[in-house]
Design a protein around this ligand. Sequence first.
Ligand SMILES: Cc1ncc(COP(=O)(O)O)c(C=O)c1O
Length: 391
Amino acid sequence: MVLDLRKEFFRDTWVEINLDYLYENVTRMKQHLAADTSIIAVVKANAYGHGDLQVAQTALEAGATMLAVAFLDEAVALRKQGLKAPVLVLGATRPEDARIAAELDICLTATSKEWLCEVEHHVTSNSPLSIHVKCDTGMGRIGIRSIEELLEVVEILRDSECFVFNGVFTHYATADELDTQYFKYQLEKFEEMLNSLPVRPPFIHSSNSAASLMHPSSHFNSVRIGIAMYGLTPSLEIKDHLPIPLKQSFSLHCRLVQVKEVEAGEKISYGATYEASDREWIGTLPIGYADGWLRRLQGQEVLIEGRRMPIVGRICMDQCMIRLPHKVEVGTRVTLIGQQLDQSILIDEIAKHLETINYEIPCIISNRVPRVYVRNGKYQSVENNIMSLWK
Ligand SMILES: Cc1ncc(COP(=O)(O)O)c(C=O)c1O
């Protein structure tokens, strides 16, 4: 079946997620790792804005064996969408919600001894709760900070039939930097904590994408891959040092909805801040800051027929305008993020314009913008919050 996008939604703005690229990124990462190192695919925040179900399925097909999210809600959403693979909640969970996690076979993160003691009142041996213990080795976010507390936690886990001690992990603050001093300090601290354990659980993991790519010494037996799976570099600092190529799977497109010629001196958009300096062709795009195409992107270029052209005037809530070199037909495809012919606008370029990191960009493109999935080179499916109410 070939999907006709114009029948799937009534608005000419959409994100394309190339699942073939995502599959390739996971496969390349798998080849880069030792054969006995497993991949935990990080699909929190709706898979960094890419779509949790589609990304999770593709990552599992490519060889990931576990999924990780930030919150229990996200894990429940994966289960409700039919995913049966192991799921780990990386963030803190309310103790009273642990029962739900146990019932749905969702693994939770133990962040302290107090938390674990509290959770014990909410779970039973009929439906034991799987636990990964988080060690805070220097991120300063969540987790156990001392060997004494770690040993107490492990003792509780081993003595109670309500728990399964399934993993231990930590998270690095500077794995994406070329200066490895603090990274090494954290790694040593984690090794010290591991060496104190009377028994080791099945899963030991510390590496995010950056550490997985740059530091084999930190792989242990599993790694947690987020940003690299989506084909993005963990930081600009290590971009030229990556051992494997990555392919950006996220792109953003729309179609021109109006094209007009304006006279010199005519103004464009709120505040009338842009004034045509000559006779100019102006095109209107159906995307604005409510879609996450933020006002600060004024001046950013977009692609039409492989050529760059600038956004002029203020970006509105739902629309913005671009200056065209000549008349272009209404309905012409415009690429805001992605490739056309030999030109590309990478997420890194948008992040630079917004003075932020690439992680933020796919996350902020709102769910008003439909996600269209490409698999085996073809449009495969569409995820669209608004239209799902219509269908
Ligand atoms: C605890 C934890 N592990 C792994 C990841 C994945 O990191 P990355 O996207 O850099 O691979 C994150 C994401 O921030 C995280 O918070």
